[in-house]
Design a protein around this ligand. Sequence first.
Ligand code: ATP
Length: 339
Amino acid sequence: MNPDRQLADHQKLALQFETAIGQVVLGQQRAIRLLAVAVFARGHVLLEGGVGVGKTTLLRAVARGIGGQYERIEGTIDLMPNDLIYYTSLDAKGKPAVSPGPLLKHGGELSTFFFNEINRARPQVHSLLLRVMAERSASAFNREFAFPHLQVFADRNRVEKEETFELPAAARDRFMLEIGVEAPQDPAVLEQLAFEPRFYDPDSLILSVPPALLPCQELNRIADLIQRGIHASDTLRAYVLNLWRATHRPQDFGVVLDEVEPAGLIDAGASPRGMAYLIRAARVHAWLQGRDSVIPEDVQAVFAPAIAHRIFLKPVYEYRRGELVPQLVERILHSVAAP
Ligand SMILES: Nc1ncnc2c1ncn2[C@@H]1O[C@H](COP(=O)(O)OP(=O)(O)OP(=O)(O)O)[C@@H](O)[C@H]1O
């Protein structure tokens, strides 16, 4: 089948996947679109939001739609890297036994690894995860384990700050997108969530997502087709490079912020890895919209989720990150001229 035809067929499937998730998780169309972008760009995802807004339900629904093997782990202060690798137990005769932990249990079949409350886990666990995300492999028991189809989803809640370990810069940079999940605003949706019993039990709720809607073992190949088949013009490339420069030197693009001098704000702008992620995500966004080339709106739609978490502020401003970075990102988009 020719690649254009394949791309069109896969796009229909991607839209079905979005619709199925949208019937289970209400009022989260933007987050669902961004998750679909990450799935087809093969990027890891960090979800951030308030408590009880449906983050876990959303990720479980996505995992069911992707198919393949799924594992989930809770980030706690006493979690150690080995807890991801193996379990120890006593067998019926009281003899110690070792069995593979959540990361190794399914070998190369593992497709979705969900790390709940990642910011409660210690830095040692983050560094194990960092290698798993970057190389899709881990070493244990003198062996290498590869997870070619693995996508990591992690969530952290914004409210709970006690006993939390901020993710190190290198770990944050390995997440393609950070997606904010807020409670829906539409009163009709809120009423449904509060009054309809089907939303009280997430276990049965997510069963209404058809299992393995997407061919999880094919996703790497489909992602490659998308990246090769969706074009970016010279003017669009120039636009993206200007956006990149503006994450390092916003003052050169006339970015003005409330009460803060942009020239003294940034320690490090987006990395080259971050920009590659931005383009990968923008291409998938264009494809989901049924286009074969990227337009500025595609870049703008994924710019904040792809870039905000990889801008590092001077230490004196870091504690105001939640307020300053969204403003900076929005004003960069406003100030850098789009073609
Ligand atoms: N937008 C939504 N659509 C469907 N169900 C929702 C939505 N928001 C909340 N819920 C329901 O609220 C309950 C809590 O959701 P969930 O556990 O997914 O939230 P969470 O954001 O992961 O919470 P926490 O931060 O405490 O882990 C579930 O029963 C879920 O079905």
